[in-house]
Design a protein around this ligand. Structure first.
Ligand code: FAD
Ligand code: UQ1
Length: 438
C-alpha cells in the first residue's frame, strides 16, 4: 500500500509530484496547440475553456506553484474572519483533467519563433499562446520593508507569507496608530488596502480597543476610490467612523525596529513625514510580470499589450492575454478575469475559424468593498469608471446580503464556476435582473 502510494506521489528523483499524468517529466511532447502561461485565476479558467474548445491533449499550462490561492479571501483571513487554509487548494486539483501541467517557471517568451523557455531548460512551442502570468509584488521597493515584514506589528494581506501577520498584529494591538497604506503604482484589487482598515476598525470596536486606536489611511491616490458613486459613500463612512485619510501620501521607508513608517507627500517633492505605528498594514508597490516585461509582448510600461476590446495581442495575432498581466485599462480583479474569460473564449473561437473577433469587453470589474464583518458595498464598474451594477438596488449602500455574497457565495463560484470555465461574469444576470426596470 505504501509502495503504491509512493508510485502515485513520488518522482524517481525523490521530489513529490501530485499527479503523474500531469507532471512535466513524463511526457516528451513539447508542442501544444494551446499553451497557457500561468495557472492562477486567468490561466486555470482559460485552460478549462480551451480543453472544451480544442481537447485536453492539445492544452498545456506552465505554472510552478503546488498551491493555487483564491486571493480575494485574504482580506477576510487578515481580519481573522476566515482560516488561511480555506484560501488554497492544490494546483493538481484545479488543473483540468487531461491538460498537461508543466511544473516550471516561464523564463523567456519568443513570439517570433512561437516558443517559450522554462526555468528547467525545456523549450515548448505553440500554435496559440494565452498569457496569464499575473503581476509582480515589489516589497523590496520600500526601504526596510522586506526585513520589516519579519517583525510583528507589520502585516500585508497581499502575500500568503504575511496575511496571517495582519491578524496577529490586530489581536496584539494595544494602543497607538494603526496605519494602512496604498502604494504609488497600479495594484490588484484597489479596494483591498482600505477594506482591511474598515475590518480593523470593526475589530477594535468589538474588542473594546477602539478608543485607544488612531486609524490612518495613507494613500498615494488623489481620491479615496476611483468611481465617484462609491467614493462618496466611502467618504461618509470614514467621517462617521473617525478614520483619518491622507491622499497623495506614499510609504517610502519602514524602520521596523523603531516602529516608524516614513511617507512622502507626492504633491510636495522632498516633503516627508514619520509616523510611529502600533500596527502597520502594507500594500506593496506592484508592477508588470518580469517575464512579460522582458519580452516583445510588452507595451512601453512592461504590461502585456492587448487589444482592450477582444484581448488579442496588438502585434502577435496568435497571442492572447487575460488578467493582471495585461494593460487592459480597468481595475485588476478576479471579477474582471471572469468577464474577460467569456470574451477571450469568443475571440479565440473566432480566430481558430479564421474569422474576425466580434465580442467586445466593456472593462467590467468588481470590488466588494468590505466595510465591516457583516457589510459590503458592491462596487461594479466599466472602462468609463461608471457603475455597472448587477442588482437593481443601490449598491453604494452597505448591505449584509452583499457580505454573504463576498464571504459565502463567491468562494464556491470561484472554485466550481470560474475555474471550470462556466462563470463568465454576471452580465447575463444583470440584463435579466434589470428587465422591466427604469
Ligand atoms: P494570478 O491569479 O495572480 O495568477 C498568476 C499566476 O502566474 C500565478 O499562479 C503565478 O504563480 C504564475 N506565474 C507568475 N510568474 C510565472 C512564471 N514566470 N512562470 C509561470 N507561472 C508564473 N479580486 C476580486 O475579484 N475580488 C476581490 O475581492 C479581490 N480581493 C483581493 C484581495 C487581495 C488581498 C488580493 C491579493 C487580490 C484580490 N483580488 C480580488 C484580485 C484577484 O485575486 C486577482 O486580480 C486575480 O487573481 C488575477 O488573476 P491572474 O490570473 O491575472 O493572476
Ligand atoms: C465575480 O465574478 C468574481 O469572480 C468570480 C469575484 O471574485 C471573487 C467577485 O468578487 C465578484 C463580485 C464577482 C461578480 C459577481 C457577482 C455575482 C456580482
Amino acid at each position: 500500500m505504501a509502495a503504491l502510494r509512493c508510485l502515485r506521489q513520488c518522482h524517481p528523483t525523490g521530489s513529490a509530484v501530485s499527479h503523474l499524468h500531469t507532471s512535466s517529466q513524463v511526457s516528451a511532447k513539447q508542442h501544444y496547440k494551446m499553451l497557457v502561461l500561468g495557472g492562477g485565476s486567468g490561466g486555470i479558467t482559460m485552460s478549462a475553456r480551451m480543453k472544451r474548445m480544442v481537447g485536453a491533449e492539445n492544452v498545456a499550462v506552465v505554472e510552478p506553484s503546488e498551491t493555487h490561492y483564491y486571493q480575494p479571501l485574504w482580506t477576510l483571513v487578515g481580519a481573522g474572519a476566515k482560516p488561511v487554509a480555506s484560501s488554497g487548494r492544490s494546483t493538481a486539483s484545479v488543473m483540468p483533467s487531461g491538460v498537461k501541467w508543466v511544473k516550471s517557471k516561464v523564463q523567456e517568451i519568443d513570439p517570433d519563433t512561437n516558443t517559450v523557455r522554462t526555468e528547467n531548460g525545456d523549450e515548448i512551442s505553440y500554435e496559440y499562446l494565452i498569457v496569464a502570468l499575473g503581476l509582480q509584488l515589489h516589497y523590496e521597493k520600500v526601504k526596510g520593508l522586506p526585513e520589516g515584514l519579519d517583525h510583528p506589528k507589520i502585516g500585508s494581506n497581499y502575500s500568503i507569507k504575511t496575511v496571517e501577520k495582519t491578524w496577529k498584529a490586530l489581536q496584539n494591538f494595544k494602543e497607538g496608530n494603526a496605519v494602512f497604506t496604498f502604494p504609488n503604482t497600479p495594484i490588484k484589487c484597489p479596494g483591498a488596502p482600505q477594506k482591511i482598515m474598515y475590518l480593523s476598525d470593526a475589530y477594535f470596536r468589538k474588542s473594546g480597543k477602539r478608543a485607544k486606536a488612531n486609524i490612518i489611511y495613507n494613500t498615494s491616490l488623489p481620491v479615496l476610490f476611483g468611481v465617484k458613486k462609491y467614493a462618496d459613500a466611502l467618504w461618509e463612512i470614514v467621517k462617521e467612523r473617525d478614520l483619518h485619510v491622507n491622499l497623495r501620501t506614499n510609504l517610502i521607508e519602514v524602520r521596523a525596529d523603531k516602529q516608524e513608517a516614513v511617507f512622502e507627500n507626492l504633491d510636495k517633492p522632498g516633503d516627508t513625514s514619520v509616523i510611529e505605528y502600533e500596527m502597520l498594514h502594507v500594500t506593496p508597490p506592484m508592477g508588470p510580470n518580469l517575464v512579460v516585461k522582458g519580452s516583445p509582448l510588452a507595451d512601453e510600461a512592461g504590461w502585456l499589450d492587448v487589444n482592450k476590446e477582444n484581448l488579442q495581442h496588438k502585434r502577435y495575432p496568435n497571442v492572447f492575454g487575460i488578467g493582471d498581466c495585461t494593460n487592459l485599462p480597468t481595475a485588476r480583479t478576479a471579477a474582471a478575469v471572469a468577464a474577460q474569460s467569456a470574451i477571450l473564449n469568443r475571440t479565440i473561437s473566432k480566430v481558430l475559424k479564421n474569422e474576425k473577433p466580434d465580442k467586445t469587453y466593456n472593462g467590467y470589474t468588481s470590488c466588494p468593498l468590505v466595510t465591516s464583518y457583516s457589510t459590503v458595498i458592491l462596487a461594479e464598474f466599466d472602462y468609463n469608471v461608471q457603475p455597472l451594477e448587477t442588482f437593481p438596488i443601490n449598491q453604494a449602500k452597505e448591505r449584509r446580503v452583499m457580505y454573504h455574497l463576498k464571504a459565502d457565495l463567491m468562494p464556491p463560484l470561484y472554485w466550481h464556476g470560474l475555474l471550470r470555465g462556466f462563470w463568465g461574469g454576471p452580465a447575463p444576470y444583470r440584463k435579466l435582473l434589470h428587465l422591466g426596470m427604469k
